[in-house]
Design a protein around this ligand. Structure first.
Ligand code: BYC
Length: 472
């Protein structure tokens, strides 16, 4: 049966007028829904969820709240408004009008970037598939489902670009986005962090704080792309990404708050006897998710990154606000790298250091949340400080992958590192303990699991005891 896509896919790309594109998406949509049923939130197909749906890209259209069954979510395709005067802001094509079609010579580069971006979206939904079973409250369950639906929409955004601008190759890539799976031995997701497990809610909040924040920085760089449809897609995606990071930051903060309350009430730091998460365990999860997310920025010195920039396909964070020549051909940039088994600071060509520069912006942003988390601990009068580990700690990608470095930044032998690893990263025992706290989902409105504090306020002005999910 023909589906009226102008009805079921809200969009501002005039889908109605492009029969070829409409047919391509008609072929893809059932495959997407099959994937959602098989790999999306487990056992949740029939729930009514209080979700935010974007029905236009305008300020009053992107956040419409109402009950929706997730398979019926309207996965819209939205590009931020077009600026007819926009020019490429950097690289060899600086000052030329942005491209509305894909330049032939950039086709494979752009396709690859779009596929890499697109691959992360369904990957995260797969990683979070089972979390609904152990949600600490209806409020949290709703936020999980909101994020899952919006990651699904972000997949649609990239699939739209592949279908609309990359012909047959694009359609094949769109198929592959549903065939690779997180953690699959034969067909894994492209980037490392998206093959890790998200087995519990502490991991989920850390993931949405640290890994979704990589999303923010990568999307912001792609929002500077000379390929205008990609730039406009990413600009709109960034609006939704903010909520995902809020869920992470406030989730971790609520855990810390509960932990501190219990420490004060019982005058002990033996939180495990009280069924809550101790601060050292939080630090270990933080170490893990931060280091894994740092890998997502690629090599410190990267010719790929230099080429993306020179060609005008991927810029710097807030490129147009930076005051320099936007060519970077003669410029240098200081990075930490490895020489003779030691961490050294070195000036390298700024063009090749663009991944590292973006990573710097990211690290600075990550640190802000820690300030707020540490304030909660300090206000409770507890002497403990959460810290970001050194960027060389626990890396798999880039120059530091060959070293063994402590969270403080000391390079050491593999044997010494392995002997201390249990102090720095979650052990099997830590993970078993945290998992043991994840009881059956708390589904009574206004009730919260013992190990987490209620949020300061509800979603869209609703109360904390609002019925965010109806189970039917
Ligand atoms: N894992 O020169 P390099 C999000 C490969 S998250 C595996 O540094 P480049 C979200 C690399 O492919 C944002 N392989 O590469 C968050 C290259 O391979 P080749 C996702 C890796 O291209 C939460 C080789 O190593 N978006 O949206 O400069 C929930 C050399 O490296 C990894 C993007 O990533 C890795 N971690 O940098 C939902 C944006 N790192 O060429 C969603 C698009 C590097 O030797 N992607 N390699 O075969 C990019 O811009 C770039 O591909 C990367 C890599 C920054 C990822």
């Amino acid at each position: 049966m023909a589906i009226d896509y102008t009805q079921s896919i809200p969009n501002n790309v005039d889908l109605h007028s492009d029969r070829r594109l409409q047919r391509a998406l008609e072929n893809w949509q059932p495959r997407f829904l099959d994937w959602w049923k098989d790999m999306g939130p487990d056992g949740a197909l029939n729930f009514d969820v209080y979700l935010r749906t974007a029905i236009s890209a305008e300020a009053n259209g992107w956040a419409n709240f109402g009950y929706v069954k997730m398979p019926d979510y309207r996965w819209g395709i939205f590009l931020a408004g077009q600026d007819p005067n926009r020019v490429i802001a950097y690289g060899d094509n600086r000052g030329k009008p942005v491209w509305q079609e894909v330049p032939g010579e950039l086709r494979s580069t752009l396709r690859r970037l779009i596929v890499t971006q697109g691959d992360t979206e369904p990957a995260s939904v797969e990683q979070q598939r089972l979390l609904g079973k152990t949600a600490p409250s209806l409020y949290d369950l709703r936020n999980l489902f909101q994020i899952n639906c919006e990651e699904g929409r972000h997949l649609w955004a990239m699939v739209y670009l592949l279908h609309a601008y990359f012909g047959r190759d694009g359609r094949e890539e769109a198929e592959m986005l549903l065939e690779r799976h997180s953690g699959d031995v034969d067909k894994p997701r492209i980037l490392g962090a998206f093959n890790e497990k998200t087995p519990d809610w502490l991991s989920f909040f850390m993931f949405t704080y640290f890994t979704d924040r990589d999303g923010k920085y990568q999307l912001a760089s792609l929002a500077e792309s000379g390929f205008d449809p990609l730039a406009r897609s990413c600009r709109f995606m960034l609006i939704e990404e903010a909520h995902h990071m809020f869920v992470g930051e406030s989730g971790v903060q609520r855990i810390i708050q509960r932990t501190c309350e219990l420490m004060k009430e019982h005058k002990t730091d033996d939180l495990r006897s009280l069924g809550a998460i101790d601060l050292p365990t939080l630090q270990k999860y933080l170490n893990f998710h931060f280091s894994v997310s740092l890998d997502l920025f690629g090599q410190e010195a990267s010719t790929n990154a230099a080429n993306y920039y020179t060609m005008g396909v991927k810029g710097r964070y807030l490129e147009t606000r930076i005051e320099d020549d936007h060519l970077l051909t003669g410029a240098g940039f200081d990075i930490d790298t490895v020489e003779d088994g030691r961490i050294v600071r070195k000036t390298v060509p700024a063009l090749s250091a663009l991944n590292e520069r973006l990573r710097n912006d990211y690290v600075e942003d990550c640190a802000k949340g820690l300030l707020r988390w540490n304030r909660v601990i300090e206000q409770a009068g507890i002497a403990f400080e959460l810290k970001l580990p050194h960027r060389a700690f626990n890396r798999r990608i880039g120059a530091f992958a060959e070293l063994h470095v402590s969270p403080e930044g000391t390079a050491m032998s593999k044997a010494d590192w392995k002997a201390a690893e249990h102090k720095w990263l979650p052990t099997a025992e830590d993970r078993t303990y945290v998992t043991s706290l994840m009881g059956p989902a708390v589904i009574e409105p206004g009730k919260f699991a013992h190990w987490i504090a209620p949020p300061a306020r509800g979603i869209n002005g609703q109360a904390a005891d609002f019925e965010y999910v109806r189970f039917n």
